[in-house]
Design a protein around this ligand. Structure first.
Ligand code: SF4
Length: 304
């Protein structure tokens, strides 16, 4: 059977080397949608494999390790989310793609870190009021950036939420008056985002570093360690550091992404391991697909 393997930037180099495509959640969702392969092995986390199945129901989608979830999904009870949405009847519900199919079925628009800002901006221009779930930090960032109140759900990414401003300031202090650059993913907490020279998606941050002209400044990056490794590999001429996490926290890597071991991905490619995504309720999938398709349409046309 023709098999395509998709790997997220946060998987290890060994796994990325086995993949046909490496990218962020938006890239990989698009790849899954356009793939004509009979089997898609998704080396990422569960909500990504579920989104791939939704966009390409004909393909057999395999998740190498069933336990590869995401804290944003796990911290969001779908019934509580339903009630929260019902408490805001005159708002458009914009939801980050880091959500389960059941959660997505409660959204009006799905967004990724790459297109969240322009999509919310367009909705505001149309006079809509917006609520945002499940990522509190991203919701707060959108609210601040766009200058409007956006009520946000309270879940966080357990990796990005641990980047620590006090320890960052201590690191910066060692540079004397020469302040290094700081770039950050919007899942990071506000004290980090407030200080950042650039805030963007994983692909956006990689691009920023790729295009950076060499000067004497170091770059601190607030995102998962694997991306920092990739940046260092692509730009050995720059000094690139990960922003420190709170003391004693072993959380600068996503434990769920790292469940995609090379052996498990290999077994999934061979069709001898992993979980086939075949448990999704068709009605639920149909409802969840509507806000995902709205995002895809925005990506193609710039319109909502
Ligand atoms: Fe979820 Fe954070 Fe891991 Fe991304 S890095 S999959 S948001 S826990």
């Amino acid at each position: 059977m023709k098999t395509v393997t998709l790997a997220h930037y946060y998987t290890t180099k060994e796994v990325q080397d086995m993949a046909d495509h490496v990218g962020d959640s938006l890239d990989l969702a698009q790849r899954a949608k356009e793939s004509n392969a009979g089997r898609i092995v998704f080396a990422g986390v569960r909500f990504m494999a579920e989104t791939a199945k939704m966009l390409n129901p004909e393909a057999e989608v395999i998740l190498p390790d069933w336990n590869s979830t995401c804290s944003l999904v796990e911290q969001t009870d779908v019934f509580d989310l339903w009630e929260w949405r019902a408490d805001h009847p005159d708002h458009v519900h914009v939801m980050y793609i880091n959500s389960s199919v059941g959660q997505k079925a409660l959204a009006d628009y799905i967004v990724t870190s790459r297109n969240a800002e322009p999509i919310v901006q367009k909705l505001l221009e149309k006079g809509q009021k917006v609520i945002f779930s499940p990522d509190r930090n991203m919701g707060n960032w959108l609210s601040r950036k766009l200058g409007v109140e956006i009520p946000s759900w309270s879940a966080v990414c357990e990796v990005h939420d641990q980047f620590d401003r006090q320890r960052l300031d201590e690191s910066f202090a060692k540079y004397g008056g020469r302040i290094p650059y700081l770039i950050a993913h919007p899942e990071s907490p506000m004290p980090i985002l407030e200080e950042a020279n650039y805030i963007g998606s994983t692909a956006g941050m990689l691009d920023w570093v790729d295009r950076k002209t060499l000067d004497d400044k170091d770059i601190f990056v607030a995102t998962e360690f694997e991306l920092v490794r990739m940046m260092r590999e692509r730009r050995p001429d720059l000094k690139i550091w990960q922003v420190p996490v709170i003391a004693d926290c072993r959380c600068n890597e996503c434990p769920y992404m790292k469940l995609n071991s090379a052996a498990k991905v290999k077994a999934a490619i061979a069709g001898t391991g992993g979980t086939v995504i075949n448990y999704l309720d068709p009605d639920m999938m149909a409802r969840a697909k509507v806000p995902v398709e709205r995002m895809m349409k925005f990506n193609e046309t710039g319109k909502i």
